[in-house]
Design a protein around this ligand. Structure first.
Ligand code: FMN
Length: 318
């Protein structure tokens, strides 16, 4: 697979990242991805009890990841987490070298992180956000399209339109995320101007992921029309069309206030859906290309298939 600036920046063999996943991207997953030559990214609440101590959990995940791999790995901090500042302190103390910040403003922490030798990648979902991230001096951006699982940008822009517009607007490397599951998606993203890809949903349906088997199974069974965007006014989120997602949409359509919706959302619905496999009341984030995922594979096979498939796709194009 083509070596890009992302490979050099992150010191990885293939320009592939496993996306942060708040409750499930733990050390075993991250290390398996890094050992396969891509970049594993761990998340602060991975595997934690719903009222657990996120600082302690993050320290534990970092220590375990280092026991399981000598390769580079990253930590994802969604900046909208109340405790994001404390978690960033831990990243500095533990001398983590790569951070992916999302859901917030990259101007707050980037300089401090750089002073401590941390490379910063920030998630964006529009040209304007990409330009702000570049002017905050982040090292690279992840451009996330509306196809992606989990939280989305308010403009809900599709990845095919976003990548070339963002790539033309900034000079830092662009990583594409949202709906990429196989080598065709990787080639498409790189053709449009990305220098790397980030996959989320594909790395849920892997042996090393602690996600509940009911959630993984639901991803395998999902067809093209089985995901939905909820919470359009508060925080657009793509997930499987669970009973919870459908109730949420009904509530939104009934004109409920933001505070009613927040109350209905409650806390740790995502943990319930993803870790406990509660597909009735939980949130089961899922990307729009889940219909392409047919089996639970070991992480190494997922990466291998992307790398081998990449060459085949290119050969078929000439
Ligand atoms: C279960 C799950 C949880 C996620 N949680 C986060 C998160 O905590 N922070 C974040 O930046 N992105 C999160 N994402 C988004 C992924 O990092 C990634 O960008 C996205 O899944 C890419 O789209 P795809 O699922 O279609 O591959 C999550 C995705 C999934 C599937």
């Amino acid at each position: 697979m083509k070596r890009t600036r992302i490979c050099n920046l992150l010191e990885i063999k293939y320009p592939i990242l496993q996306g942060g996943m708040l409750w499930i991207a733990n050390a075993e997953l991250g290390a398996a991805v890094s050992n396969a030559g891509a970049l594993g990214i761990i998340s602060p609440l991975a595997g934690m009890e719903s009222q657990g101590d996120s600082s302690e959990n993050l320290r534990l995940q970092i220590t375990k990841t280092r026991e399981l791999t000598e390769k580079p790995f990253g930590v994802n901090i969604p900046l909208d987490l109340q405790q994001s500042g404390i978690l960033i302190d831990i990243i500095l103390k533990e001398e983590v070298r790569i951070i992916v910040t999302s859901a917030g403003n990259p101007t707050h922490y980037t300089e401090l992180l750089h002073q401590n030798g941390v490379r910063v990648i920030h998630v964006v979902s529009s040209v304007h956000q990409a330009q702000i991230a570049e002017s905050s001096n982040v090292n690279a951006i992840i451009v996330e399209g509306v196809e992606a699982a989990g939280h989305l940008g308010f403009d809900e822009l599709p990845l095919f339109s976003l990548i070339p517009q963002v790539a033309d607007a900034v000079s830092i490397p662009v990583i594409a995320a949202g709906g990429i599951v196989d080598a065709r998606g990787v080639v498409a993203a790189l053709s449009l101007g990305a220098e790397g890809v980030q996959l989320g949903t594909r790395f849920v349906a892997v042996e090393e992921n602690i996600a509940n088997i009911r959630y993984k199974q639901a991803i395998l069974e999902a067809q093209d029309t089985d995901t939905v965007v909820t919470c359009r006014r508060l925080l657009p989120t793509r997930s499987l069309k669970t009973e919870f997602a459908q109730k949420l949409i009904e509530l939104e359509e009934s004109g409920a206030s933001a505070s009613d919706i927040r109350e209905f959302l409650g806390y740790s619905r995502a943990r319930g859906g993803q870790l406990e496999g509660d597909l009735v009341n939980g949130e089961a984030y899922c990307g729009a290309s889940a219909g392409l995922i047919k089996e639970i594979l070991p992480v190494a096979s997922v990466v291998q298939r992307l790398v081998e498939g990449y060459k085949e796709v290119l050969q078929n194009l000439v």
